[in-house]
Design a protein around this ligand. Sequence first.
Ligand code: ASP
Length: 321
Amino acid sequence: MNESDANRVFAHRHLLGIEGLSPLEISLILDRSEVYVTQNRQANKKRHLLSGRTIINLFFEESTRTRTSFDAAAQRMGADVITMNVPTSSVKKGETLIDTAMTLNAMHPDVLVVRHNQSGAVKLLSEKVHSAVINAGDGAHEHPTQALLDALTIRRRKGHLDNLVVAICGDITHSRVARSNIHLLNTMGARVRLIAPRTLIPRGIEALGVEVHHDMRRGLADCDIVMMLRLQKERMQANYFPSIREYFHFFGLDYDKLSAAKPDALIMHPGPMNRGVEIDSEVADDIGRSVIREQVEMGVAVRMAVLELLAANLPPLREAR
Ligand code: ASP
């Protein structure tokens, strides 16, 4: 595929969410990611497609794997990368998001990768800057590259996404990962079940076309994929369950509950994991069933593909004199 093909199919300036992407666009990103999975397993991982471009990673919220992954992706595509250390930046001194955007505009980046703890903040920023914007997670709203890397992991293992039964389990209320995955999996023809205590699932979420369960064994029955979510304590303003012990007893993934799923069901987790809270350590490390490390690997490839596709829509580079 050449750049104009990419331009024709992925006609978006930003990647702010999965909602609204077509099956064709999602498949295009996954297909391009495959190229980078192969490339990343070779000794020479570098391409020069983004040479001359500047990417700024702007993380207003903690991140280890997503930030590192975007860093690696941008460098492997040949771009210049600046990662903004937000805790020491002027955001702490009360600078608003919009002031930050103006400052960034003055540096002429081509792509901004933004994480923010407020839902909608990344979209707001995208309306104020001249560059392409990638949402690296906004509050409990969306985390599109996570859903894409999850989809790539599943598609490589199962060969397809349609007609699979995917159980997303745990803290749905606070999870942008759950929301992006629901949109993606529904769009691609998978069937989504959500399993959570009543306190950790938004009312009316069935309207998104998902089945809701409050019992792990019933919800996991015959499913193909078990996707566990972290309990996001930093977003909780109240007590949502009596104790960690009780939470693990009813909703933590252990071999007993897992036995309800298909024998070849895959275990996934976006990380970081709370071992012994939402997932038993042995289950998480089960090399036959758990694809948690593979998800991290796919993350770099997916982010390279997204950068490639968005860069194809940027104004062409003019030679510096
Ligand atoms: N890393 C994911 C996110 O940023 C999941 C999590 O933090 O639990 O949303």
